[in-house]
Design a protein around this ligand. Structure first.
Ligand SMILES: [Zn+2]
Length: 122
């Protein structure tokens, strides 16, 4: 079992613990430690971070659509009832698109996925 070290060269991608020596993570069952001196390994961890970011943005975009699109529909109904006119399809799509991207962008700014790649590399 490897010894933990704050700025160790070996890294567990699951729990982000760092170790001085190679081996498996003591906390994560059978998880092999990655050598942070290897540029390919660092690139792989970076790409995992990116995938987690994209996955979360996708989830937030879905959530934003569920909230924003009905809001746009209700807005149209109210406007139609009040003025007898409704927005055309294109303005509605632009409005919904802006709403969804603003909403999901706001969510990911407040709740980004945790980055696992250490800021301080050996
Ligand atoms: Zn671990």
């Amino acid at each position: 079992m490897a010894e933990k070290a704050a700025n160790g060269v070996f890294f567990c991608e699951v729990c982000t613990a760092r170790y001085a020596g190679a081996g498996d993570c003591a906390a994560c069952d059978g998880e092999p430690l990655l050598d942070l001196r290897n540029a390919d390994v660092v690139e792989m961890i970076r790409s995992f971070d990116e995938q987690r970011w994209k996955k979360r943005l996708g989830q937030f975009t879905g959530l934003a659509a569920v909230i924003v699109i009905p809001t746009v529909v209700v807005f149209n109904l109210l406007m139609g009832a009040a003025t007898g006119k409704v927005l055309g399809l294109i303005p509605n799509m632009v409005l919904a698109g802006f709403g969804v991207s603003a909403f999901s962008g706001g969510l990911i700014a407040v709740m980004p996925p945790k980055k696992r790649l250490p800021a301080m590399l050996p």
